[in-house]
Design a protein around this ligand. Structure first.
Ligand SMILES: *Cc1c(COP(=O)(O)O)cnc(C)c1O
Length: 435
């Protein structure tokens, strides 16, 4: 289990560095923030992934949260195979879109109507365009440390890889575009109230992660959630809940169910596609009726509603609906991991702050009792996190390679996998602060 060999991974990495920027096709995969060598993976099953050198890891990345049922869940794989054999895509409507669309609406009653797209980025970008088209306003409000994909106007003070690489935003985003996005501190009721008092009538929409996952796992203050709903409604702005990460993860009906949120627009992705590229935006009927071809807000996609992706999503949602016990089991696994990590940290004398909602969790390397916003997340000891990460990897645990990401538990993470993780966590937590 100990990853002794990395010979093939090293060779592939060298080849990749000449072909892909940074050797990767998405920045956080490069392990730049944690150092060490990223293993190249070639297969996976349940809670485990294997690299090209034959090392096995318990996986807490789970395709960055897109997998809730573990890797290569047999029923999902069979549905994908059947759909693929019937045609990889048509560019015309198929019954599978209805099946997944109806299942999404059963889980999220806020979805009067929805539109499928292929990535969370595309869904969030389209929801913003719709909010602007519907309200006739330009200004968007987001929160520092939240990530909504890489559309220009959403890269301001963004989380995920932007935070991991310590970038203020992205080059190539025109100042004139960035100016239309106001980034406020997460959970800050005063800042929110001030912005609405000063310019509420110019705000098209407020987009937020209802549990932040892209600065590490940060829980929402219920009063702040209530303010978001009240202030947007009073100002005629749309409340856009980005559930790309939390949807189907923190509950069957996502954070909307868990926190009784009533959004105007909702963004879904990741688990919705069951591991394949599918995402969606949707919400109030009067708003969605502005989308082309019904309305004037244009948005389209060659691969939107792709039948193979729809089949993976539909099979996943079918399993979630058929096994109501599943979220209780995920909660129990999350609780066991959290408790074990706390005990291990106490024994190692490692100051950490562990935050979790259901099947997403972050170990913040800090002595702060709570991380409520991006400033607190950024104050964490990222070098200690990097040592923790490297030590876990050597012991066969694949933890997300950034302090600013959540670890994801799947239904395939059983007692044996959690115990293996906790055995690895003890020396990793000791290593974290020993320089
Ligand atoms: C992952 C993520 C996105 C972006 O989705 P992609 O499919 O990577 O484009 C958007 N919002 C949130 C909250 C996410 O976690």
């Amino acid at each position: 289990m100990k990853s002794e060999s990395s010979h093939k991974s090293s060779r592939l990495r060298q080849q990749a560095e000449g072909l892909f920027p940074g050797g990767v096709n998405s920045p956080v995969r490069a392990f730049k923030a944690v150092g060490g060598e990223s293993p190249w993976l070639e297969r996976a099953s349940g809670a485990y992934v294997w690299d090209v050198d034959g090392n096995r890891y318990v996986d807490y990345v789970n395709s960055w949260g897109a997998l809730l049922l573990g890797h290569a869940e047999p029923r999902v794989v069979r549905a994908v195979q059947a759909a693929a054999a019937a045609g990889l895509g048509f560019g015309a409507s198929t019954p599978l879109e209805l099946e997944l669309g109806e299942a999404a609406r059963r889980a999220f009653p806020a979805l009067d109507m929805l539109r499928f797209v292929s990535s969370g980025t595309e869904a969030a970008m389209s929801a913003l365009r719709l909010a602007r088209g519907f309200t006739g306003r330009d200004q968007i409000v987001k929160f520092e440390g939240c990530y909504h994909g890489h559309a220009d106007s959403l890269l301001v003070e963004a989380g995920s890889g932007v935070a991991t690489l310590s970038l203020p935003g992205s080059a190539g985003v025109p100042e004139s575009v960035a100016r239309l996005t106001l980034a406020l501190p997460y959970n800050d009721r005063q800042a929110l109230a001030r912005v609405f008092a000063q310019q509420g009538s110019r705000i098209a929409g407020v987009i937020f992660e209802p549990v932040a996952g892209n600065m590490g796992c940060v829980l929402p203050d219920p009063d702040w959630l209530a303010d978001l709903r009240r202030l947007t409604r009073d100002a005629g702005a749309l409340l856009i809940v980005d559930e790309v990460m939390t949807g189907f993860r923190v509950a069957a009906g996502g954070a909307c169910q868990r926190y009784a949120l009533r959004p105007d627009l909702l963004v879904l992705g990741k688990i919705l596609g069951g591991g394949l590229p599918a995402a969606a935006y949707g919400g109030r009927r009067d708003v969605m009726q502005k989308v082309a071809p019904l309305g004037p807000v244009y948005q389209a996609g060659t691969l939107s509603g792709n039948p193979v992706a729809m089949a993976a999503g539909a099979a996943t949602l079918r399993i979630l609906a058929a096994e109501p016990d599943l979220y209780r089991r995920l909660e129990a696994a999350g609780q066991k991991l959290e408790t074990g990590l706390r005990e291990a940290a106490a024994r190692a004398g490692a100051p950490v702050c562990i935050q979790r909602v259901g099947a997403m969790l972050t170990v913040f390397f800090t002595s702060q009792p709570m991380v409520r916003d991006f400033a607190a997340a950024r104050a964490c000891d990222t070098a200690a996190f990097a040592r923790f990460h490297r030590q876990l990897l050597v012991q066969g645990v694949y933890w997300p390679p950034s302090q600013f990401e959540a670890a994801f538990i799947s239904t395939a993470h059983d007692d044996a996998e959690i115990e293996l993780t906790l055995r690895a966590a003890r020396p990793a937590l000791e290593a974290a602060y020993s320089v």
